[in-house]
Ligand binder design. Sequence first.
Ligand code: NOJ
Length: 541
Amino acid sequence: MQKQPAEKHLWWQTGVIYQIYPLSFMDSNGDGYGDLAGILSKLDYLKWLGVEAIWLSPIYPSPLADWGYDVSDYVGIHPLCGTMEDFDRLLAGCHERGLKLLLDFVPNHTSDQHPWFVESKSSRENPKRDWYLWKDGGRDGGAPNNWLSVFGGSAWERDEASGQYYLHSFLKEQPDLNWRNPEVQAAMLDVMRFWLEKGVDGFRVDALWHVIKDSHYRDNPLDPDYVKGEMLPYERFIPAYSGGQAELHEVVGLMRRLVNQYKERVLIGEMYLPIEELMGYYGRERDTGLHLPYNFQLIVLPWKAVEIFAGVNRYEASLPAFAWPNWVLGNHDKPRVATRVGAEQARIAAMLLLTLRGTPTIYCGDEIGMRNGKVPAERERDPVGRLLDSGKFGRDPERTPMQWSGGAGAGFTTGEPWLPVGEEAGRVNVEAQRGDEGSMLAFYRRLLALRRAEPALQIGEYVPAGQRGNLFAYLRELEDRCFLVAVNLGVTRARLAIPRHLDVTGEVVLATEPGRVGGQISQYINLEANEGLIARVKPCD
Ligand code: NOJ
């Protein structure tokens, strides 16, 4: 293998991002909702944990139909979250501590309460009519076409007053903006500029794939593989025309050109796409597309070594030469990793997240192994849970309050929490795990510390080292430093012979079984059930 000299990498490549779901992170005033002052009070914890950046899910004024993803003012702060002064204090607090702060940017849709939509809806002649996607009904007198909302039902809502329909890819309270209109582009770029000027370090761009639709509004084709009840009703059709059109790359280019005018800011895009398609969003060449199109493979692939290993290798092989990889284990839309794969495998998952090549994003609470909370029907908050089968698709369980300590409000609030505290909060909480070397929190901290200390784990090459049954292994190598990572995704003992051309004799430096640390490994890796280890080994030739 050719040795790569260490080149300069930027913070968003070497660092770890921590996603905060603000309403559930820390409540400073006892109203039951997390807020910006609460986040500020936890920055020292995040520093201690060892992350480099935080991304905040939306904190803007909003009627909260979709808990903030329905924005009614892009340049304000939701009163539940605090004030702009609180935001300025939080940003300063981050920067004082050497932490970066990313905001959620929601370009695809506004709230139906946003003044732009209120105007747009007021008449067919309103100058903002074309800021949204208005159409006459179809020939049959129904919706203009067969597009479905991700959250169920038609993506079109009829407005009685004008007789026309507007498009909403999500809730009807979230009308889609018309990004083909230059005025919309300018207004939304102004929003980004507002926050960039304030000094935010970048954006996670919400639902980016949906932003550009077919200009002819063609019907989506049926998906022959659709399984009713198992998949979202939305997935009945292949969304060939309702998103992801070629001109989306131009929109991404507009955003990127703006971000490029500022120093070391980052643009991350949320898009659940097959790898090959995802790669296109890095842009045709360096500095033209997203810095990081989110890679959700560790969420969407079955938790099997053969699938994950193949997925990692395919991802690595597909990356354009200039592109930087990234990994995600969970977020506020998906069941928590500890629920998905179990408490023990959640440690393996953490090991992968923090040692695969690329920028990791940790979802708040995963570092203590939080599992999905139980949310009884009468306390349900997520509109998706109410519109669809909540047991299957509802997102409240991964949004329950961060568990800081035992006791009634889990240290999150002194009031009544907006979502119930998880049942395990008495045991699974930061306070309890802080002093426990065997805890998930301590494990995350060790992984983060090792990653920070070892450039090979941040920017080193990725070299696959084999897979057999439930076990797979890979190397991370930079100049004369090399680490082997071996993980067992199964519940039985497993063994793997590392190919001879990779000499992996060395010493275990971190492991799920603390007793293994300091031990030697050789070409034959033996792992117990649910076991993972990182060893410092000889660099490849
Ligand atoms: C993706 C967000 O992560 C999700 O929470 C939201 O409901 C949709 N986009 C719509 O904005």
